[in-house]
Design a protein around this ligand. Sequence first.
Ligand SMILES: Nc1nc2c(ncn2[C@@H]2O[C@H](COP(=O)(O)OP(=O)(O)OP(=O)(O)O)[C@@H](O)[C@H]2O)c(=O)[nH]1
Ligand SMILES: [Mg+2]
Ligand SMILES: [Zn+2]
Length: 291
Amino acid sequence: MLEGIIIKGIGGLYYVKTDKGLYECKARGLFRKDKIKPLVGDKVLIELNDIDDMGYIMEIKERDTVLIRPPVANVNQVIIVFALKDPSPNLWLLDRFLILAEKENLDAVICFNKIDLLEKDELEKINNIYNNSGYEIINTSTKQEEGIEELKKVLKDKISVFAGPSGVGKSSLLNTIQPNLKLQTGEISEKTKRGKHTTRSSQLMELYFGGWVVDTPGFSSLDINFIEENELQDYFPEILEYSVDCKFNDCKHYKEPKCGVKDALEEGKISEERYNNYLMFLDEIKNFRRY
Ligand SMILES: Nc1nc2c(ncn2[C@@H]2O[C@H](COP(=O)(O)OP(=O)(O)OP(=O)(O)O)[C@@H](O)[C@H]2O)c(=O)[nH]1
Ligand SMILES: [Mg+2]
Ligand SMILES: [Zn+2]
C-alpha cells in the first residue's frame, strides 16, 4: 500500500498525492462502514489496481483537525477572507465563521481584501471592530499588491485553508501569492455585487516558500445550531476574557447585573458589533433548542 494525501475530491473521485505520483482514487476501505467520507487534507493509504492504475483508498489516518465548513482535514489555520466592498462584508457571517474556527481549535486570521475600493477611515472603522478580538488582521489588495508579504508570512510552513464568501478574492489572493497556481477567478455580478461561485471544489496546494494552502468554494451561510447556549461565550475570545469578572457563574452577559462583559463593553474593551452578534447568536441558539 502507498501513503498519500488527498489534494482534491470531485464527484466521488479523490486525487491522492504520493511519493510515486498523483493517483485518481475511489473510496473502498472499512471507513465507509462508519459513514466517514474522505476529505481534502486526509492522509490515506491507497492500493493500486495494476490494470488501470486507478487507486483505492483503503484507510484514512486519524485526523488532527476537522473543519466542517468548508470540509477539510488536518489544517492548522484558517484564513477567513472577506471583501471590504463588492461584496460588502457581512460581519454576522464572519463572526459565525470565527466561532467554528474556535470550536475546532484552529487559529484564525482575518483577511480584509479589496482595500483599494475603500477610503482609509472606513478601513479603520472595520478594523477597530476586531481590534480587541485577539485575531490577527491582514488588510490586502490584489490589485495594488498590498498586504501580500504579510499574508505570505502567516502562511509560511503552515497548512492553511482560505475560506469566505464567493467573490471576495480568495483565489485571486492565492494567485498573487504564487502566480503559477493559475487558479480560475471570476468577476462578481454587476447587479447583485455577489460572487458567481467560480471555485467549485477544494484543492490543496504546496507553496513555493514552504507550507500548504487549500482554496475552497465560497459559502453564504453557516449553521451554529449545534453549539450550546452556555458554550457560545467560549468562542468569543474577548467575551470569555472579561466573563471572569461576572458575579454569576452562569452569566450570559445579557440582562444579568454585575456583568464583567457589559462593563468591558461600556469601557470600549469589547466592540459593540461583536457583542450584538453574540446576543443575536445566543437568541438564535435558544430558539433552536426550544423545538
Ligand atoms: N478591486 C479589487 N478586486 C479584487 C481584488 N481581489 C480580487 N478581486 C476581484 O474579485 C473578483 C472575485 O475574485 P475571485 O478570486 O474569483 O473570488 P473568490 O473568493 O475566489 O470567489 P469564489 O471562487 O466564487 O468563492 C474578481 O473579479 C477579482 O479580480 C482586490 O484586491 N481588489
Ligand atoms: Mg475562488
Ligand atoms: Zn456577564
